[in-house]
Design a protein around this ligand. Sequence first.
Ligand SMILES: NC(=O)c1ccc[n+]([C@@H]2O[C@H](COP(=O)([O-])OP(=O)(O)OC[C@H]3O[C@@H](n4cnc5c(N)ncnc54)[C@H](OP(=O)(O)O)[C@@H]3O)[C@@H](O)[C@H]2O)c1
Length: 289
Amino acid sequence: MKILVVGSGGRLGGALVRLLSTQHEVSGLRRADLDLADAGAVELTLRAAEFDVLLTPAALTNVDYCEAHPDEAMAVNARAPGLMAQVAAEKGARMIHFSTDYVFDGRDPAPRGEADAVNPLGAYGRSKAAGEAAVLAVSGAFLVARVSWIFGPDRPSFLDSIIRRAMAEDEVSAIADKFSTPSYSHDLAAMVEVLLAGEPAGGLLHLCNAGECSWQRYGQVGLDAAAAAGIPLRARQVGAMSLADMDFAAPRPQHTAMSVARYREFAGALPRPWEEAVDAYVREFRDAF
Ligand SMILES: NC(=O)c1ccc[n+]([C@@H]2O[C@H](COP(=O)([O-])OP(=O)(O)OC[C@H]3O[C@@H](n4cnc5c(N)ncnc54)[C@H](OP(=O)(O)O)[C@@H]3O)[C@@H](O)[C@H]2O)c1
């Protein structure tokens, strides 16, 4: 398959290129190659590209920046995916677009399913929800994969930062009352490979590692993995902070863990638990900390 990854410079895009290149002809576009805010450039660049499969992890992902720049967020996260979907449909290509657990309002603690209503709290979530709708309006055969709390070697995430903080400081803490599911970019790319090897029905699909946790628990499992990997830590316990105490510019949803039942039905197996994925990442990249 000829696969084009738009957003190959990002956390997920880097992992997609690396893993899928082992079996497919993969090319990537970075922001320097294509500015998704430029609608004309999106159409021209995509029309000139050759691909059977289009993967679009690129997005304006800084939640607080999106709150301050809602028009830019809409252009990049909603208009551009719709345009890319149109070109993919013209070429008869498959498409997997990536979205977020931030499309939910986070008020219900039960894991969110694909059929649950979206109700984003901020500009980032609104722009991503509009992007989902724009892609699926072009073709119901396209997939929109919602992912959450990505970590991996291509770009630092919360996991890297809490380990680095614990190496430098005696005390670290993280929010204890906000919940979702950490997801290893490598595992997400492997799930995409499973999807591409088969013929899943189009529509929404939740992709993440199995389980759920708070930021505090995520950080604690990260520090435990770091200690087990021999990384020297000054802080060994992650203290608790409250979401209400944070001074974020954009509102954050509280409970956004997602059910992977639909993926499990297709793949025949659950993704591995997030704790195993964190441990595997920290062990493999221990020298990078
Ligand atoms: N990270 C998470 O925890 C998380 C959680 C839920 C959902 N998601 C979703 O998962 C997907 C992948 O996330 P990620 O963590 O891999 O994101 P990321 O590391 O921030 O990568 C996003 C990529 O998009 C590029 N980009 C931003 N604005 C652009 C523009 N105007 N034109 C072209 N490219 C642009 C970025 O380029 P620059 O680096 O040059 O700006 C970056 O390479 C996104 O759709 C995101 O919404 C992520």
